[in-house]
Ligand binder design. Sequence first.
Ligand code: MG
Length: 458
Amino acid sequence: MTKKLFGTTGVRKVYGSEFDLEMALNLGKAFGTTLESGTVLLARDARTTGLMVEDAFSAGLMSTGVSVVRAGVIPTPTLAYMTREGNYDAGVMVTASHNPPEYTGLKFWRGDTMGYTSEQEAKIAEAYDSGEFKTASWDGLGSEGNLETAAEQHISALLKVTDADLIESKGFKVIVDPGNGAGCVLTPYLVRELGCKVITLNGQLDGHFPGRKSEPEEATLGDLIRMVQQIGADLGIAHDGDSDRVVFVTEEGEVVRGDRTIALLAKEALKSSDKKIVVTTVDSSKVLDETVEKNGGKTIRTPVGDIQVAIKIKEENAVFGGEACGVFIFPEFQMAPEPFLAACRILELMAKSDRKFGDLISEVPIYPLLKTKLRCPNEKKEDVMGILAESLPEAMTDTVDVLTVDGLGVFLKEGWVLVRPSGTEPVIRITCEAPTQDRVKDILERTRAAVEDAIASG
Ligand code: MG
């Protein structure tokens, strides 16, 4: 099992069947061995396994001579932010993000707020697999301390870059749904500091996630949608379990797709900067590219994952970036996702323009999007993708561009399709988008046929 310790980002496993305390202890030893010395900032989300996994991991680190400062339950972006602010050598978050409650995991952050790249993760995995760990003697062990003000410090930094007085003057009513996750300790307080009337839903930390599933999407946000409508709130804000994602709900109860929100915020970012590049992942809507181009910018697409977006932002000196699932990265603040700054920017925009969020977002059109998945044995995936690289662009009548940064993306005169083998299940996923329903259905059917043919002959 050690072969695939790290997934797309960090370690994410089911506690009990795939992950146990010994692994947490050895991961701590392995990470300490790669660091050799220094101090690590360590925090967790609200999962039932969090404290125990953190204890074991911390013990492992200290046994190698590396010191630990523990920040308790805080959002992942707060951990990343404080890793830089406190000059720590690294930050580690015990979290399984939006996964179901039985999952646990660890995510690694550098002192400059960037997540560990897969190459850096591979070094930890190598140390873990070798089983040869640095051991400090009784008088060379790491020490342990506490940081109790991480959320407060993050909030005051956010307030420094936000026009709180302007927002306060509008007296907005905002409903915050952290989904019983780590966002409970930050977002309601931040929004209160902005002078809004805050109502919190699922606002108690609870690793069972009793309120709703941890992934914030239309299907899981029914209570928030109804509450926004009934109370007549100006905005709904929802997070995932470790609060690195945010999804916004309009005053009418519409859950806004993340790529539309990226488009809205990118437009503003382009206005106030001479940087022109906006970075997003392969699965974002064409609407984003069109909005960015209209405002004098250009989009660059990366494989899915917030680290991929952050790496590209740095490489291209981009102004802004994000992922359709609700990730927003503001490089001038930090390289980790900033759901909180995204909320500040939206409230600011509402206040500045004196317009409702629903009205502002209506300027970013919605193109019909269809998704499906087809079963494909894992061992066949590579061959199938090889066949599709040839056959799929041909199966479309108006192919303009083919993108292979992550899966196979075929861009058409009208619309696009993305085919990606799942990293965790024996399926191939198809996502397509076009300006009309008829067109998107046609793209989906052509793609489905091409993938089925490839699976049959692969
Ligand atoms: Mg997350």
